[in-house]
Design a binder for this molecule. Structure first.
Ligand code: FCB
Length: 415
């Protein structure tokens, strides 16, 4: 008799796959008073104030409890330059001690650490020196700060992320001018971008000099690009150049100076030619019935697959250092997680060396110029009591991490 062979649709991840979440100091710690972001918030140049944020500076153990509850084996967090070196050349040993405590607590719980050295915020004195557009900041001050961090917590870090999203930082700060230093200056934008690449290369070397087998990378913002019309030659060219510039250029500038590629993926954009214009226009996704996040980003899981297949050419291990959705409706996040992880699974099957996934974010937190309203967290935070509560999506993510697979029912539910 023929057996009724049904295929098991469970998506199993490679043994040792890393499951984590990501946060950034300014967005969760609170009272980051010596940073440029804090200064701009106080001056009213940023509409919202981070204030006590999620109070993670004091409640980091509560955060680690959540991480444990979700069976995660890694956590990506950032260390705050403005706390460690609040004044030029004066290192705050107490602040450093605090981070030693934070990282040691993670180690005690057998949670691996991915540490970001720069996640958008800088000390006010750095900003006063001209910020990242000043070459000296990149090649001298940032390296000096990194050296101090390395000497103090080097042994507690498994993965280093030198800089988070240099492209977004440059664009928001120097092209659009909506984040500190709030300038619209393309020359400075260019300098900032190149300086960040320099800084990365120097710090890469510095860390490797101290720690032989260090894992050093950066977290790059990547997007999935598509042409608005399938056969429109000009739009295909737009896509080619946008893709080279946004997704590849920083990795090209830092070639051979990463042990892994960190990629932050959130959405796809389609590029359109209006009339005979040589400047691409981004398709307006807010019109119509497309599936968007609460901040208007197009949800497009397959784009992550496209980006992964493309970046596989670098032949380096890849970590998804950020991926997440702003959603008040948590069921949207559950679907988002399952569908994006399924694309990662298929990329791995297709030969891409993806070794870990970090969901953005552990907590609902201070989302930069948008304040606290976008809800990116797997856990909510009561902003009066600072009590954290895992959302159903957090519980679901925890199940996936525990089993190292997406169960068949889940795959089918969201297909
Ligand atoms: C990324 C940032 C992160 C957070 C998410 C939503 O670009 O790295 O800090 O704001 O977007």
């Amino acid at each position: 008799m023929l057996k009724n062979k049904t295929k098991d649709a469970t998506l199993r991840f490679p043994k040792g796959f890393l499951w984590g979440t990501a946060t950034a100091a300014h967005q969760v710690e609170g009272n980051n008073i010596n940073s440029d972001w804090w200064q701009y918030e106080e001056q009213g140049k940023i509409l919202y104030r981070s204030g006590r944020a999620c109070d993670s500076y004091n409640r980091f153990k509560d955060d680690h409890d959540l991480i444990e509850k979700m069976n995660n084996n890694v956590y990506r967090l950032s260390i705050e330059w403005a706390r460690i070196e609040p004044e030029k050349g004066k290192f705050d040993h107490e602040a450093m001690k605090h981070y030693v405590e934070v990282l040691s607590d993670l180690k005690k719980r057998e949670i691996k650490v991915m540490l970001t050295l720069h996640h958008f915020s800088s000390p006010t004195w750095i900003a006063a020196l001209g910020g990242w557009a000043n070459h000296f900041v990149a090649i001298y001050y940032f390296r000096r700060y990194a050296k101090f961090v390395l000497e103090n917590v080097g042994g507690l870090v498994d993965f280093w992320v030198t800089i988070n999203e240099p492209g977004v930082y440059t664009d928001q700060g120097y092209d659009k001018g909506i984040w500190p230093p709030m300038q619209v200056n393309y020359w400075k934008a260019f300098l900032c971008y190149v300086n960040m690449a320099f800084a990365h290369r120097l710090v890469y070397r510095l860390i490797h000099k101290k720690i032989r087998n260090a894992q050093v990378g950066l977290a790059m913002n990547v997007m999935s690009f598509a042409s608005y019309r399938k056969h429109k030659l000009m739009e295909l060219l737009f896509v080619h150049f946008a893709d080279r510039f946004v997704n590849h250029s920083f990795y090209d500038l830092t070639k051979h100076k990463h042990d892994f590629l960190g990629i932050n993926y959130y959405f796809r954009v389609r590029l359109k030619q209006k009339g005979h214009s040589l400047v691409p226009e981004v398709e307006d996704v807010t019109e119509g019935e497309r599936e968007l996040s609460d901040v208007g980003w197009l949800i497009y899981p397959h784009g992550l697959y496209d980006v992964l297949m493309d970046l596989a050419d670098f032949k380096e291990p890849i970590y998804i250092t950020e991926n997440g959705i702003a959603a008040e409706d948590d069921t949207k996040r559950e679907k988002f997680i399952v569908n994006h992880l399924a694309e990662i699974y298929h990329a791995i099957k297709g030969g891409v060396d993806v070794r870990g996934y970090f969901h953005w974010s552990l907590l609902d937190n201070f989302e930069w110029e948008k304040g606290f309203s976008p809800k990116f967290g797997l856990a909510s935070v009561d902003h009066k009591t600072f009590e954290r509560k895992l959302k159903p999506s957090g519980i679901l993510y925890g199940e996936i991490a525990k089993n190292n697979c997406i169960a068949e029912e889940l795959v089918k539910k969201y297909q």
